[in-house]
Design a protein around this ligand. Structure first.
Ligand SMILES: Nc1nc2c(ncn2[C@@H]2O[C@H](COP(=O)(O)OP(=O)(O)O)[C@@H](O)[C@H]2O)c(=O)[nH]1
Ligand SMILES: [Mg+2]
Length: 162
């Protein structure tokens, strides 16, 4: 399940991960759209869900309420928190909320190309060490880091199931 604030690249990542069998539906009783697709990797099929943007697990908007419900009801094997590398410090509080809720989180630090362009350096290994979760740098619009993200997700699922 891909989560994060609006405009961080969730849908670009979703499209790179999934094939053409994508369904868009309104979450029951709402006008909020949830997109589902499948990804195939090493003969395994994974369901991928693109969620409405959320700033906090304590919902204010209908979008946030839907994403919170999806997180709690669908019990995803992996929650990929997608963040904008340019605004990392504003986005990490949600990572902590997701972790505190006991969710299996991987952090995708997206827009690394733009962070690079403004001379912003991010120590992804250090971040991973501090948070205690896998951290992958991506530039989804340039199709960079997606293979590493897939591998991180699969490795995480494998370890949790084992
Ligand atoms: N430069 C750059 N732009 C990106 C990247 N990922 C996404 N974008 C752009 O950011 C905008 C928002 O992306 P989108 O996937 O719709 O964000 P969402 O609201 O999180 O689903 C789009 O214009 C994307 O093309 C990236 O890694 N680098
Ligand atoms: Mg989107």
């Amino acid at each position: 399940m891909l989560v994060g604030t609006p405009n961080v690249g969730k849908s670009v990542i979703f499209n790179l991960l999934t094939g053409s069998y994508v369904t868009v539906s309104n979450y029951p009783g709402t006008t909020v759209e949830v997109t589902r697709g499948t990804a195939k990797y090493n003969q395994q099929i994974y369901e991928v869900i693109d969620t409405p943007g959320m700033y906090s697990l304590l919902p204010i908007t209908e979008e946030e309420r839907v994403t919170r419900t999806l997180l709690l009801q669908e019990k995803p094997d992996v929650v990929v928190h997608v963040v904008d590398a340019k605004n990392l410090e504003r986005m990490l509080p949600l990572t902590l909320q997701l972790l505190e809720a006991g969710l299996p989180v991987i952090l995708a630090v997206n827009m690394m190309d733009e962070a690079d362009a403004i001379g912003r350096q991010i120590d992804l290994d250090k971040l991973s060490e501090i948070l205690g979760i896998p951290v992958v740098g991506t530039a989804a619009a340039l199709n960079r880091g997606i293979e590493q993200l897939k591998r991180a997700v699969i490795e995480y699922v494998r370890k949790r199931v084992a």
